[in-house]
Ligand binder design. Structure first.
Ligand code: NAD
Length: 260
């Protein structure tokens, strides 16, 4: 059913975004990869998705802090792949600091990449989805879109904002074939979280294993990391006909984090 649809996944050169791109490609969806990284490695990722799943895969280097580049990414996708059916707003960064010393430029960057980029991508893509009468917008928020943690003011504000944006877009599109939902992962072991584990090792002299357990113990009752594949498979479900009436939801995939 998803065969030959076209999906843009922002921030898909790594972590969760790559897991989402892989599962969508497995379902027969043509893919636009986006994100930073070594160009040879990105080309290898692109080729590997093409070889494994026989879909078309483009790479867009658009910087999610730059609205003009986001628009260009949508336009290039339309001209090269003919459609934009699925947008997964996933690109994100983290910065950890008490609010009184939170660097202003880090605040601006977190809000731009984790929140405003989703607005710009939705604004550019949704008219094409309306025209086709079908579309899926999936925003990768976080458990931090529902509850807070100390020292993550910008991230928590951006993710709460992203859930608000999700609900608004879902309402505006409610009578169309376009749905908009958020996924709220708990801890997933990606480079974004590895940096926080490394910081814990340095600050408290823990072994890497002990730091991982501490992170999980603090928040995630399952005691296990969520995987990028689990999130990718949930995205595929949200793109299915079965999910046509799921609109404006925030789906927690967090090992029980926000059930507490
Ligand atoms: P990651 O660091 O592995 O990947 C982030 C991706 O975003 C990379 O591809 C990176 O190149 C890209 N990116 C960063 N800045 C960008 C920019 N300016 N323009 C374009 N691309 C940019 O991180 P991840 O853990 O996979 O995170 C992906 C999303 O999932 C983020 O929105 C994050 O907030 C969210 N999330 C992560 C976790 C977790 O535990 N890892 C939990 C909840 C939510």
């Amino acid at each position: 059913m998803l065969h030959n649809k076209v999906a843009i996944i922002t921030g898909s050169t790594s972590g969760i975004g790559l897991g989402v791109a892989t599962e969508l490609a497995r379902a027969g969806v043509h893919i636009v990869l986006n994100g930073f990284g070594d160009s040879a490695e990105i080309e290898q990722l692109r080729q590997s998705l093409i070889n494994q799943f026989g879909v078309k895969v483009l790479y867009s280097p658009a910087d999610m802090q730059q609205p003009k580049q986001i628009d260009e990414m949508i336009q290039t996708t339309l001209s090269q792949l003919g459609s934009v059916d699925i947008v997964v707003n996933n690109a994100g960064i983290q910065y950890v600091s008490p609010v009184e010393t939170f660097p202003k430029d880090r605040w601006d960057a977190v809000i731009a990449i984790n929140l405003s980029s989703a607005f710009h991508a939705i604004q550019a893509a949704i008219p094409h989805m309306y025209k086709k009468g079908w579309g899926r917008i999936i925003n990768i928020a976080s458990a931090h879109g529902l509850v807070a943690s100390a020292q993550k003011s910008a991230y928590v504000a951006a993710k709460h904002g992203l859930i608000g944006l999700t609900k608004t877009v879902a309402l505006e599109a409610a009578k169309t074939g376009v749905t908009c939902n958020a996924i709220c992962p708990g801890w997933v072991l990606t480079p974004l979280v590895q940096k926080q584990i490394d910081a814990l090792v340095e600050r408290e002299g823990l072994t890497p294993e002990a730091a991982k357990s501490r992170l999980l113990l603090d928040k995630q009752p399952s005691g296990e990391f969520v995987t990028p594949q689990q999130i990718g498979e949930t995205v595929v479900f949200l793109c299915s006909d079965a999910a046509q009436s799921i609109r404006g939801s925030s789906l927690s995939i967090d090992g029980g984090w926000t059930a507490q």
